[in-house]
Design a protein around this ligand. Structure first.
Ligand SMILES: Cc1cc2nc3c(=O)[nH]c(=O)nc-3n(C[C@H](O)[C@H](O)[C@H](O)COP(=O)(O)O)c2cc1C
Length: 169
């Protein structure tokens, strides 16, 4: 799949087959992350692939109904950005981590996998962060859902490029 097709046709999926993504495929996808653009090559991204025990702890940290939501995809990966305390660097490191997450989503899509970038509230709580081992110096960026797709979500309407593009004098 060429890169433009991948960008245009990737969709957020909320329904998945139950079988987890094989570890070697997860490793391939996370290897893509290291090629993300990154000022000063701080390589701030961290990815934690959630196992069954950790999922239990995360569910326990969440509110009622969390189990159902967290159980939608068979493979879940917590993406975070290490923070240094310097506001400018920290913003750039979150931005670089977003690029890295997008590389993972596009790589998954190119392999016929479904994905979903979710930012559940539970991972913004102390209990949720502790459940997945996020350190104090890490900014949570996303809970990546991966798996084989069920269905084919239609793209949501988007404004045309002219609406957000300006060519300055
Ligand atoms: C930073 C970020 C956080 C997101 N968090 C959520 C979320 O918590 N829940 C959700 O339903 N979608 C979430 N999404 C996915 C968007 O809703 C989705 O990308 C958007 O609806 C466009 O659909 P598409 O991905 O199929 O193009 C998030 C996307 C990004 C980039």
């Amino acid at each position: 799949m060429d890169v433009e097709t991948a960008i245009r046709t990737r969709r957020t999926h909320k329904a998945y087959e139950p079988d987890p993504v094989p570890r070697e495929v997860v490793e391939e996808l996370l290897e893509l992350a290291r090629w993300a653009p990154n000022h000063h090559l701080t390589q701030p991204w961290r990815f934690r692939v959630i196992g069954p025990e950790t999922l239990k702890h995360l569910v326990a940290a969440g509110k009622e109904g969390e189990e159902q939501k967290l159980g939608r995809a068979p493979t879940l990966i917590v993406a975070s950005a290490r923070q240094s305390g310097d506001a400018h660097q920290d913003a750039e490191d979150v931005q670089a981590t977003c690029c890295a997450v997008y590389a993972v989503l596009l790589g998954a899509h190119a392999r016929g996998l479904a994905s979903y970038w979710r930012t559940p509230k539970v991972l913004q709580t102390l209990a949720g962060r502790a459940a997945v081992g996020l350190e104090d110096d890490e900014q949570f960026v996303g809970l990546i859902h991966l798996g084989r797709p069920v269905g084919d979500p239609a793209p949501k309407p988007r404004e045309p490029a002219e609406a957000y593009t300006e060519f300055l004098a």
